[in-house]
Design a protein around this ligand. Structure first.
Ligand SMILES: [Zn+2]
Length: 64
């Protein structure tokens, strides 16, 4: 990622310093929502990994 002269990955407009690499809060929020949406679908993602961890407490563990 280039630290300068980046454009908004959502709409392609020049990034705003306050919300870079996005042009504004709208695009930043939109990207975040997309990222979260994909995170739930992609196996091995941090979100899925945490779900697996917490799931271990619920599943029947083999007697030790
Ligand atoms: Zn934008």
């Amino acid at each position: 990622m280039s630290p300068k002269a980046s454009s908004c990955p959502i709409c392609g407009q020049p990034a705003h310093p306050d919300t870079r690499p996005f042009c504004g809060k709208a695009c930043r929020d939109r990207d975040l929502l997309q990222w979260l949406g994909e995170g739930y679908r992609v196996p091995g993602a941090p979100a899925a990994d945490e779900m697996k961890k917490s799931d271990d407490y619920g599943v029947d563990s083999p007697p030790d």
